[in-house]
Design a protein around this ligand. Structure first.
Ligand code: ATP
Length: 234
């Protein structure tokens, strides 16, 4: 579904990614793990056109997407739930969800997506008319993911969804990610919670200083000495 090949990118001439390659197959949960500042979010931003690559290519669902504007990439079904949630606090839960559906004109399709999201996160049905700003951090994260799901993603990128959540909520969140995956959504999960992410994913990539240093099945990475030493404190 996705083939990122030899991508370089940065900010104001300062490189943040050096020749990053990664692949995601249909139906997979792929995770990228790494420390603060390693380049994880830059990969997400490059995939969705927020950062323009200085080299390399990106194929998504059979199309070259590097250099396309973000709204065209979104319309192809590549949806990014950014780090920090960015819900609109003064709008209601339902209004926030509706914003995620802006790519479709079909009311029937929007209703169907709304029902799917509310089945996935019943809390978003219960709190439909509540202002998003009054939700807890964990609830806002569910809303941000729900808004992403409203856009009928083929590939959903979740950037640090567990950031700032209490352990119990993290568990619920990871369960929700697993459930979403079972409904056929392919996912790229960016996480600093290395162990939980590797346990959940099919395959993973480890990034350090803008370079992929190792990749493999989640279980292989958990057993890898480098990952255990550098990220799991074992
Ligand atoms: P974090 O988990 O802290 O977000 P990350 O692995 O996602 O870390 P990135 O945000 O991709 O890392 O950052 C990669 C590098 O790019 C870092 O050196 C960072 O300082 C730099 N960087 C990120 N965003 C910007 C920006 N908007 N302007 C300038 N430099 C940036």
């Amino acid at each position: 579904m996705l083939n990122m090949s030899n991508i370089s990118a940065g900010y104001g001439g300062v490189p943040a990614l050096h020749g990053v390659s990664l692949q995601i197959k249909k139906g997979e949960i792929v995770t990228i793990v790494g420390s603060n500042g390693a380049g994880k979010s830059t990969i997400a931003r490059t995939l969705t056109g927020l950062v323009e690559p200085t080299g390399g290519s990106i194929m998504f669902d059979g199309r070259a997407i590097e250099g396309l504007p973000t709204h065209e990439i979104v319309a192809l079904g590549l949806i990014h739930v950014p780090e920090g949630r960015h819900v609109f606090g003064k709008l209601t839960v339902t209004e926030n969800l509706m914003l995620g559906a802006y790519t479709t004109d079909s009311e029937a399709k929007t209703r169907e997506r709304m029902e799917y999201v509310r089945e996935m996160f019943p809390l978003l049905r219960e709190r439909s008319n509540q202002k998003a700003g009054s939700l807890s951090g964990g609830q806002q994260q569910m809303l941000a993911i729900g808004r992403g799901l409203m856009a009928s993603p083929k590939l959903l990128i979740l950037d640090e969804p567990s950031l700032g959540l209490m352990p119990k909520l993290v568990e619920e969140l990871f369960e929700a990610i697993h459930t979403i995956s079972r409904t056929g959504v392919t996912m790229l999960l960016i996480e600093q919670r290395v162990l939980e992410a590797l346990e959940l994913c099919d395959r993973g990539y480890v990034i350090q200083n803008g370079r992929i240093v190792t990749e493999g099945l989640g279980s292989e990475l958990i057993d890898s000495e480098m990952v255990r030493k550098a990220y799991l404190g074992m």
